[in-house]
Design a protein around this ligand. Structure first.
Ligand SMILES: [Zn+2]
Length: 243
């Protein structure tokens, strides 16, 4: 982990007590010291888990790659190094989600599955959702092999729009921000509700951890954490509760 940085994840490599302490400081800095932070044991799947209440939030992390919730003062966290962190908010119902979308999760449709899950669990409507795609290995740097290119081509008819710098070997650069933005759009999210960072974790070594950039380095790679939650009942859920 780079010296002086604040790794919020990766229990396997960082001292567990350091990460616990860093998370405590992180929540304090957000003025959320008494909130319950929930993270998943991310496995590059398309599995979504809904957190039903605070008690559920305090359970051991489940294996999945997207978390959704509706309860105030639960903070959902997604840990990334080069994968896309996607945060979803529903201002109408007060539901929210944190999604880990690397190429495997993106290929498996993790963001689309999350939108579906929010519809089922929290009565969300896709057109109300706000989606933010955070810094990740961007199209400038994320080179993938021909098998990844082929897998995307088989599943998504717009794959050509996601690729650049195609090589004779079949390798190409893959734009995961664009892939997830398209996935959100195809799920019914309005184009003006999709925000995508153009920051690349590989280029911007002054700002971010990067698994790929630091691969092979002696020091362990840290993780970034994107979080989402809300402080109080939404207006809509208050009115629903009072009906
Ligand atoms: Zn880059």
């Amino acid at each position: 982990m780079p010296e002086g940085s604040l790794s919020l994840g990766n229990f396997r490599q960082d001292e567990r007590s350091n990460v616990v302490e860093n998370r405590r400081r992180f929540l304090s800095a957000l003025d959320a010291a008494d909130w319950t932070l929930v993270t998943a044991r991310q496995i590059h799947s398309a599995d979504v888990r809904a957190i039903s209440d605070i008690r559920d939030a305090q359970a051991d992390p489940a294996e999945c790659d997207a978390l959704t919730a509706h309860t105030p003062r639960i903070m959902l966290g997604v840990q990334t190094a080069d994968c896309v962190p996607a945060l979803v908010a529903d201002p109408r119902t007060g539901a929210f989600a944190a999604v880990h979308a690397g190429w495997r999760g993106t290929l498996a449709g993790i963001l689309a599955r999350t939108v579906e899950s929010m519809q089922l669990e929290w009565d969300s409507r896709p057109e109300d959702l706000l989606v933010a795609l955070g810094p990740a290995a961007a199209g400038c740097c994320l080179e993938v092999g021909p098998e990844v290119v082929a897998a995307f081509g088989k599943r998504y008819e717009y794959t050509d729009e996601l690729l650049s710098r195609r090589q004779a070997s079949g390798k190409a650069n893959l734009d995961l921000h664009r892939a997830n933005a398209r996935q959100a759009l195809d799920s019914g999210v309005s184009v003006e509700h999709i925000y995508s960072s153009d920051l690349c974790t590989i280029c911007r070594d002054d700002l971010f951890f990067s698994y790929r950039r630091e691969r092979g380095a002696e020091r362990p790679v840290g993780r970034l954490m994107g979080v989402i939650g809300r402080d109080s009942q939404s207006r809509n859920s208050q009115s629903r509760n009072s009906l």
